[in-house]
Design a binder for this molecule. Sequence first.
Ligand SMILES: [Zn+2]
Length: 209
Amino acid sequence: MNDWNIQSRSRLCHECEQGFEDQQIYRSLLFIDQGEYARKDVCESCWISQYSAGSGATKGFVSHWRGRYVSPSPPPPEAIRKDTAESILRKLVEKNLPEYAGALYILAVMLERKRVLKVRDQIKKAGTRVFVYEHAKNGDVFTIAEPDLRLDELEKIQHIVADLMENGLPDEKTDTTESEGGEAPENNIEAPEETPGQPLEESVSNEHI
Ligand SMILES: [Zn+2]
């Protein structure tokens, strides 16, 4: 089950498939489908005709809000992009690293104060409070679970956040430990008969989390 998640805003209505225009009002609906979040953006008339009549429970969505579509602006060139609270948050959410749950939450709060993110809703998922954040500009939705933080852990997490902001994610520098794509040197699993003396556990022993 994934408590952290990014769902991008659609460029067209999920129901009638008409493209959203700049400044158009739309509705975002958040569903939980087999433990995963699923977002649907619909135009105002599809909202009225198909969703607004029933309560959220009868239509199956756990959260909904009204937004204003803003046509996307081109992303900045790679060269001038650097790690910010926002880019770190995106990376953490995409990688879904449970050891950074506290840092992720702090980053989200920081970005909320800077008005980069706004809280759209709070929902309960498996007993945990989950904040539904929406990016103020591009409409991306982040679902971020509230971690079980003790007060004495806060300072440690602030150090982790400061370190992330300064140095980025640790595994970005040591790519060798991560098996990206199909070129990883893990042939021992594929062809055990060539190396009969080698215990297979050796090659899958990186479960230190
Ligand atoms: Zn529509």
